[in-house]
Ligand binder design. Structure first.
Ligand SMILES: [Zn+2]
Length: 450
């Protein structure tokens, strides 16, 4: 009797697994045969283009994604008001250094949030450091009146390049305020890029006391050239000019589309990316791919006639890059409206070959998700386990939501991140589709959990 019961239980669960594996296959087939995220991404990159918060591009991106989701006939499509910071680069920056009477051009981009130099630009001696400890040891005596150059590379031995980024990005975010404490007049940071090339990579910085001095990133090639010249001639002069400014906060929006749940409409599963991008680029991998994959998730489920038990939402978050106002506002509204967000998935690591999902949750929540491994590993999703979610969904985690980051292969991401080569052409259609299929499969499996 006991044996029979065990056999029955096993059969029922095997049947469930089998149904799931059939449906997951249908999801991937749908996006690989009929996927639309690639053509939608082309439109976003080429017809909308750069879309930093507060810009006309950002407004166009809001209008475009709202219309796109309406065209798919999702149950509801709506905007959520968000006030965002508004920073503008102004005229293109200029930079060079003078070594033994020769002028060497430097590829430069102001960091987001930085102040401008004077109209004439800034010329001074430049002093190189690898980290804040070296800066502190040098002190006022060696820093006052100079430009500080932070040149610690991302660690190439890290296999996950996001770890390498995390290990270097303090120079970009906090370098200006650190250097200003010792009387520096400007800050130059080596681009967050593992490759040696000519592209300056921008990104956000913040002032936290010590005076507001102009800050900019230079390309890895320029950083290597400058460092080499400085070794021979520590007195060489560096010049840069930038014209950026911070304007008044501007009204903007998160864009939300949803399919209403059939059994538990009050339980929400979010899938999203951020709609804003840096001003230098088309924002293909950061994060056009995540937005278009999120919309594709809902399109796939609808195309397959799937009626979710829970409400499934695609959210285009505004202002991840320089303020996170979209993510924080979204979570605040969820609390005010007492919405129950059970899971949130973010794709903001590029549109590359899917590898898995990183989960922020307790042990039992994580083990529920790792139980999907056998269903998802045939699609290359082997890395499913504890990890980090995503910046925009981070604020939801504080309300008890299990947050999950989609993990594509990370090796090429920082070749393009925040630089003007982050273009549509660098995205591979199959990789993009597979990512959307991976996210849709996870949404389907989560929807069917008790
Ligand atoms: Zn991003």
């Amino acid at each position: 009797m006991k044996k029979l019961l065990l056999f029955l239980l096993f059969s029922v669960s095997a049947l469930g697994q089998n149904q799931d594996s059939i449906f997951v296959k249908k999801i991937y087939d749908e996006t690989l045969l009929n996927g639309e995220s690639y053509q939608n991404l082309r439109y976003l990159c080429k017809n909308v283009g750069p879309r930093l918060s507060g810009s006309l591009g950002a407004q166009k991106a809001v209008n475009y994604t709202k219309k796109l989701m309406e065209s798919y006939g999702f149950d509801k499509v709506f905007l959520q008001d968000v006030m965002v910071p508004h920073w503008e680069r102004g005229a293109k920056e200029e930079a060079y250094f003078l070594d033994s009477g020769k002028k060497y051009k430097v590829n430069i981009a102001a960091l987001g949030g930085s102040v401008a130099t004077s109209k004439a630009g800034l010329m001074a001696e430049i002093v190189e450091f690898q980290n804040f400890k070296e800066l502190k040891e040098a002190g006022v005596e060696k820093v006052k009146g100079k430009i500080v150059f932070f040149n610690r590379p991302m660690d190439p031995t890290k296999i996950n390049t996001f770890e390498a980024y995390g290990g270097a990005v303090d120079q970009r975010g906090g370098g200006a305020s650190q250097a200003a404490q010792y009387g520096a007049v400007g800050v130059i940071v080596r681009s967050m890029n593992l490759r040696e090339d000519e592209f300056p990579h921008t990104g956000s910085m913040r002032y936290s006391g010590g005076g507001m001095i102009p800050a900019a990133a230079i390309s890895t090639k320029s950083a290597n050239d400058l460092s080499k010249s400085l070794k021979n001639n520590p007195k060489l002069k560096f010049y840069f000019k930038q014209n950026c400014e911070t304007l008044a906060d501007a009204p903007s929006h998160n864009v939300i589309g949803e399919i209403v749940g059939s059994e538990k409409p009050d339980e929400i599963i979010v899938v999203g990316g951020h709609l804003d991008s840096w001003d230098l680029a088309e924002g293909a991998h950061d994060d056009g791919t995540g937005c278009m994959q999120s919309i594709e998730v809902l399109r796939i489920l609808k195309a397959l006639g799937y009626k979710p038990k829970r409400t499934i939402r695609a959210v285009m978050f505004m202002n991840e890059e320089n303020g996170l106002k979209g993510g924080t506002t979204y979570a605040d509204v969820a609390v005010q409206k007492k919405e129950k967000h059970v899971y949130a998935i973010e794709s903001d690591s590029g549109g590359f070959t899917p590898r898995g999902f990183g989960i922020v949750g307790n042990d039992s929540q994580i083990s529920k998700l790792t139980s999907f491994k056998s269903l998802l590993s045939p699609y290359g999703l082997h890395e499913i386990g504890k990890g980090s979610g995503g910046a925009d969904i981070g604020p939801l985690a504080k309300t008890g939501t299990v947050v999950i980051g989609f993990k594509p292969d990370s090796q090429r991401y920082f070749d393009y991140h925040h630089a003007n080569n982050d273009t549509f052409e660098t995205v591979n259609k199959r990789e993009l589709d597979l990512g959307a299929g991976s996210m849709a499969s996870l949404v389907y499996l989560l929807d069917n959990l008790n």
